[in-house]
Design a protein around this ligand. Structure first.
Ligand SMILES: CC(C)(COP(=O)(O)OP(=O)(O)OC[C@H]1O[C@@H](n2cnc3c(N)ncnc32)[C@H](O)[C@@H]1OP(=O)(O)O)[C@@H](O)C(=O)NCCC(=O)NCCS
Length: 173
């Protein structure tokens, strides 16, 4: 395994998180979305002020994964009032699980999922849940690999395009 470490996200890392978000979202979804929708989404979702508000929220946790000196991915986890759909105090939402494309397929995605499970267990949560675009085949396979199952659907807006996300849940032992 490569030399890696997790670093808790704080305001001082906002530009690193912003860069990782824009890069990963663009390389993952750029081909399947109109450029104008993508640009609108990136500007709004990853605006510095918005990320700083999220970093200051005590119910949201960012964890960055570093390989050597490079930040290669991150987790955005929400509990309690910070959760976006399901406001169950027994749940933890994995709102973002992002890895730069160049680092995918090396087992680092396993570290990200394990970290989310570790935090949920530390907080004595009963399950993880998340939303994933119905067309994101790679992520759907990845989540099923970790025994996530579908519990619903919700709209996810990219620019002016209303898309469908599948809501998935993983029960913790
Ligand atoms: C989702 C993501 C974090 C997964 O990371 P990854 O590097 O692709 O995952 P890994 O290669 O480390 O795989 C981890 C495990 O999942 C399995 N897996 C990964 N993708 C899979 C797939 N499509 N189908 C079945 N199993 C899969 C691997 O075999 C591995 O299993 P093992 O540890 O038992 O050998 C990464 O692909 C990513 O950031 N994608 C772009 C952003 C994105 O789509 N995020 C999700 C938005 S909802």
């Amino acid at each position: 395994m490569e030399d890696y470490q997790f670093v808790r996200g704080t305001a001082s890392l906002v530009s690193v998180i912003q860069m990782l978000s824009i890069e990963t979202f663009s390389e993952t979804f750029g081909d399947q979305n109109h450029a104008a929708d993508l640009a609108l989404f990136l500007k709004k979702a990853y605006a510095t002020e918005k990320l700083l508000r999220e970093l200051a929220d005590s119910d949201t946790f960012f964890y960055l994964l570093y390989v050597g000196e490079e930040a290669v991915g991150y987790l955005k986890l929400n509990v309690d009032s910070a959760q976006s759909d399901i406001h169950d105090p027994a749940a933890l939402e994995v709102e973002r699980i992002y890895m730069k494309r160049a680092y995918q397929g090396r087992g680092l995605g396993h570290l990200l999922m394990n970290k989310a499970i570790e935090i949920a267990n530390d907080l004595e949560k009963c399950y993880l849940w998340l939303g994933v675009w119905e067309k994101n085949e790679h992520a759907l396979g990845y989540y099923r690999h970790y025994d996530f199952y579908q519990i619903g659907m919700h709209d996810f807006v990219v620019g002016n395009d209303v898309q469908t996300d599948l809501l998935m849940r993983k029960d913790l032992a």
